[in-house]
Design a protein. Structure first.
Length: 114
């Protein structure tokens, strides 16, 4: 079982990033996909979630209208489109697949700084 995040990096305030989460080793289409983030010194928090069928979705209030979660069950991949990024969005972002069990990726670092 693997979840591999990619797409993080350094971006200026106001910029955009698209995170990807590539899954293998399990039936991706049966799992809810969550994106979490953890900033230094803070607890991990749920940012966005999407059901196995691709909707409905959930967003943390502070990222609504900025972030969009999506998935492609044919490609076993989930995405988090992040727009209008702010320095407070800086964190390690993790992909999580949840059904009866939880699978986690290793995370991808997002740094928003000028």
């Amino acid at each position: 079982v693997q979840l591999v995040e990619s797409g993080g990096g350094l971006v200026q305030p106001g910029g955009s990033l698209r995170l990807s989460c590539a899954a293998s080793g399990f039936t991706f289409s049966n799992y809810v996909i969550n994106w979490y983030r953890q900033a230094p010194g803070k607890e991990r928090e749920l940012v966005a979630a999407i059901t196995s069928a691709g909707g409905p979705t959930y967003y943390l209030d502070s990222v609504k209208a900025r972030f969009t979660i999506s998935r492609d069950n044919h490609k076993n991949t989930a995405f988090l489109q992040m727009n209008m990024l702010k320095p407070e969005h800086t964190a390690m972002y993790f992909c999580n697949a949840r059904r009866v069990v939880n699978y986690w990726g290793q995370g991808t670092q997002v740094t928003v700084s000028s």
